[in-house]
Ligand binder design. Structure first.
Ligand SMILES: NC(=O)c1ccc[n+]([C@@H]2O[C@H](COP(=O)([O-])OP(=O)(O)OC[C@H]3O[C@@H](n4cnc5c(N)ncnc54)[C@H](OP(=O)(O)O)[C@@H]3O)[C@@H](O)[C@H]2O)c1
Length: 245
């Protein structure tokens, strides 16, 4: 049975992605910074008949917490097949390039960029033991450098200096990671779930968690001849999903 760790899986897109991977026969570690919320998610899954799941306390901003999560998962498995770096915050809106305090950038980067790096580096040893390891970094087409510098792009004026900088930086980390792992079986991609109604946007998203979860789960399950080092947003590109960085 393949194993997957999803950060921030206690609710929203992470929770739904967990459900879809459980339906596809994966053992899912539910990362949650509040263990009670993680346990409550697991209870819901078990009630629905999905028993192959376990909650793991994991705050991506806290190196000790990430290390403890690694130890806990290590008691259950020697191999992690998939890591989904899903935990994310937007830092509150609006966000101005001139007005947002450096502290706001620091806080959002700590979750959306450093958190991804922390978790990825800590779990690399377990991932390397998989025959077909996958890393999905949950990103947003709304954080594309190319699109945001195109005055003709439909969302050109929808700026959010802090959040977009954090995900653009995470995208560049994804490119570097995929490059370093290019001669291995790893597939490393950045994937946008679409504009999905969750707590993240006070339920203003126009898509459902089912749609968002499906887009993320797809790249967690890609075959060995699948892409790596790419950025996908099915909302932006309905044909191939491939999106400019
Ligand atoms: N919704 C959208 O339209 C949209 C679009 C593009 C990309 N995304 C991305 O999709 C991902 C999931 O978003 P969502 O819409 O599902 O948001 P959400 O419902 O607010 O869920 C976010 C999850 O991240 C967790 N989290 C936040 N900070 C954390 C930390 N320091 N350590 C561990 N977990 C942490 C939250 O935990 P708590 O419950 O403890 O707060 C929660 O489980 C994010 O990376 C977001 O940037 C969302």
């Amino acid at each position: 049975m393949k194993t997957v760790l999803i950060t921030g899986a206690n609710k929203g897109i992470g929770f739904e992605t967990a459900k879809q991977l459980l339906e596809n026969g994966y053992f899912v570690f539910i990362g949650s910074r509040n263990i009670d919320n993680g346990e409550s998610a697991v209870k819901q899954f078990k009630k629905a008949g999905f028993v192959n799941t376990m909650a793991v306390e994991l705050d991506v901003t806290d190196a000790v917490s990430v290390e403890k999560a690694r130890s806990k998962i290590g008691t259950k498995t020697d191999v992690l097949d998939v890591l989904i770096n899903n935990a994310g915050i937007n830092g509150g809106m609006p966000q101005s390039a001139l007005g947002a305090p450096v502290e706001a950038f620091h806080n959002v980067m700590d979750t959306n960029l450093y958190g991804v790096i922390r978790v990825t580096q800590t779990f690399m040893g377990l991932l390397e033991k998989s025959k077909e390891p996958r890393i999905v970094n949950v990103s947003s087409s709304g954080c594309s450098l190319t699109l945001h510098s195109d005055p003709n792009w439909i969302y050109y004026s929808h700026k959010a200096a802090v959040y977009t900088a954090s995900k653009a930086a995470m995208n560049m980390y994804t490119i570097n990671l995929a490059y370093e792992l290019r001669d291995t079986p790893f597939k490393v991609n950045a994937v946008c779930p679409g504009f999905v109604a969750t707590d993240f946007n006070d339920y203003r998203g126009t898509g459902t968690v089912e749609e968002g979860g499906k887009r993320i789960a797809k790249y967690a399950m890609i075959a060995q001849d699948g892409p790596t080092g790419k950025f996908f947003s099915e909302e932006y590109n309905q044909e191939t999903g491939e999106t400019p960085w």
